[in-house]
Structure formats: structure tokens, C-alpha cells
Design a protein around this ligand. Structure first.
Ligand SMILES: O=C(CO)[C@H](O)[C@H](O)COP(=O)(O)O
Length: 296
């Protein structure tokens, strides 16, 4: 799609701005990618299994087969993202060589490195990364992420963790704005975040990159909830293609994100969608299976 070979940080973050107000959908086949594009997705995330299936299957989840990613790139005209394991910079080199438009360094896959994330400034392709709190978001931005998303708890169809992470990040941003400037170095120390980025938050009251919701969004109401909380767009993985009527649900979620403040439209698009994916209660997940705790 876009030539990212000379991708500087402003080009990468500017590209992410184009997704604002939109829905990015996980797809596992070219056919699903076409459904997503026709429903109005602003981008697709190409992967072999949606998070609900990764969770159900267990084992090691890795970067998808390049052939499958190429098939999806050929099928659609919207940007195509794909996932690498946390810290797996060789998987990222491969995806960059394939020409994907964005890389998700994702906790949904099995981490390759427990201590170190990818040095994303070293790539021309832009990256999106998950975060549970502001410190984590700023560390990823410090490493070069051009976009942030809440981690939520992917593959559960349960929005509660995405809400928790969104409220945490946005609440921490508001708290920084109230601090006098001389306290910001201590704030940076406590958050384990780069000082210059804490200064940016203090001055602007927002992250320096686009901030999306992800992990557990399954209904139009979930998507609108994340927007009303203050996020700038939504990733939906399992919620669409693990539901009864993916075409209709995909269109409904896109409309819900566009009209997130209009309850009449939200009521209309929520009607007769067929069964949503079966969700999982967060308490039903054992600690070891929590995807959100991967990465730091
Ligand atoms: O990293 C992601 C963005 O594509 C995940 O796939 C996303 O969090 C999806 O989670 P879910 O399946 O719960 O919607």
C-alpha cells in the first residue's frame, strides 16, 4: 500500500492518524479481509488464528505464514497489519520485507523475549503495541511505536479489561496534567517512562501517537463504549468472525464507532445481529493464560 521504505517517525505516526475514528479487524483469510473492507474497516490485521482460537488451541503462537499474509495483501486495498512476537525482531524484519503496512508487536502471540521489546526506531515500517497503563505505553513509544492500543484481554469477548486499561491510561494522563512541572522527573521515575514523553503528556494531555482500544470488544455497544471513554478507534479480533453473522456485525461495529455518541443509531445497528461470540469471564482464566501480562 504505502511506501514506508523511508519511514521516519512523523510519517509513521501520521500514517496511524489516518486510522482514527475507524475499526481495524483481525482476518485469517482473503475472503474475511474482503468482508472487512466492504464493511468499512480502515485496515485489517492478517493472522492465522484469531485470539479466541489461539487461546483455545494453546501451544506457541508465532508470526503467520508469509504466503497467507501475501494473499491478504493482494485481496484488499486497505492497509494490512500483521503480528510479531514480543521481542522477535527477525519476525519483524520478515514482515517488513513482505511489505506489510504496520506491525503489531503483540502479546496475543507467545513472547520471544521476556525482557526486551523490539527497537522499533530501527525499522522503516511503523509499529503498534499494546499497553495496560501509561508507563507501558510511553516505554513502547520510547522504543519507536507509532500507535498504541489497550491490551484488554484478547480472545475473551469480554470488554472489562479493555475498559480497565483505557481508564488507567487516560486517568494517568489526567493526573500528570495536574502536577507542577518540577515533579515530572519523579513522575517519570515512578512510571518507568522517558522523561521527555512525560513532559509531552503534561503539556498536551494526550499521547503523542494514536491510541486505540483492543482486546475483548465484541458488540457495537462495546466499541462505542471505548470511544466514549476517550479512545480514538477500535481493534476487533475474535468478536466479528467468531460471531453468527460476521458481515452484519462488522458493518454494525464500524457504524457504532462512527456514531459512538448517538444512542439512536447505536440501538439501530445493535438490532438482530445474531449471536455474539461466546465470551469468557476474566475469573475463568488462570493467571498463566493472561495475555495482557505479557511484555512490561
Ligand atoms: O492485538 C490485537 C489487535 O488486532 C488483537 O488481535 C486484539 O486485541 C483482538 O482481541 P479480540 O480478539 O479480543 O478482539
Amino acid at each position: 500500500m504505502q511506501d514506508m521504505e523511508k519511514g521516519t517517525l512523523p510519517i509513521k505516526t501520521g500514517f496511524a492518524e489516518m486510522f482514527k475514528g475507524g475499526v481495524i479487524m483481525d482476518v485469517v483469510t482473503p475472503e474475511q479481509a474482503i468482508i472487512a473492507e466492504q464493511a468499512g474497516a480502515t485496515a485489517v490485521m492478517a493472522l492465522e488464528r484469531v485470539p479466541a482460537d489461539i487461546r483455545a488451541d494453546g501451544g506457541v503462537a508465532r508470526m503467520s505464514d508469509p504466503k497467507m499474509i501475501k494473499g491478504i495483501i493482494e485481496a484488499v486495498s486497505i492497509p494490512v497489519m500483521a503480528k510479531v512476537r514480543i521481542g522477535h525482531f527477525v519476525e519483524a524484519q520478515i514482515l517488513q520485507a513482505l511489505g506489510v503496512d504496520f506491525i503489531d508487536e503483540s502479546e496475543v502471540l507467545t513472547p520471544a523475549d521476556e525482557s526486551f521489546h523490539i527497537f522499533k526506531h530501527g525499522f522503516t515500517v511503523p509499529f503498534v503495541c499494546g499497553a495496560k497503563n501509561l508507563g507501558e505505553a510511553l516505554r513502547r513509544i520510547g522504543e519507536g511505536a507509532a500507535m498504541i492500543r489497550t491490551k484488554g484481554e484478547a480472545g475473551t469477548g469480554n470488554v472489562v479489561e479493555a475498559v480497565r486499561h483505557a481508564r488507567t491510561v487516560l486517568g494517568e494522563i489526567r493526573a500528570i496534567q495536574t502536577r507542577p512541572v518540577e515533579e515530572l522527573m519523579t513522575v517519570a521515575r515512578d512510571l518507568q517512562a522517558p522523561y521527555e514523553l512525560v513532559r509531552y503528556i503534561h503539556e498536551h494531555g494526550k499521547l503523542p501517537v494514536v491510541n486505540f482500544a483492543a482486546g475483548g470488544v465484541a458488540t457495537p455497544a462495546d466499541a462505542a463504549l471505548m470511544m466514549q471513554l476517550g479512545l480514538e478507534g477500535v481493534f476487533v479480533g475474535s468478536g466479528i468472525f467468531k460471531s453468527d453473522n460476521p458481515e452484519k456485525r462488522a458493518r454494525a461495529i464500524v457504524k457504532a464507532v462512527t456514531h459512538y455518541n448517538n444512542p439512536d443509531i447505536l440501538a439501530e445497528v445493535s438490532e438482530d445481529l445474531g449471536a455474539p461470540m461466546t465470551g469468557i469471564g476474566i475469573d475463568e482464566i488462570i493467571e498463566a493464560d493472561r495475555m495482557a501480562k505479557r511484555g512490561w
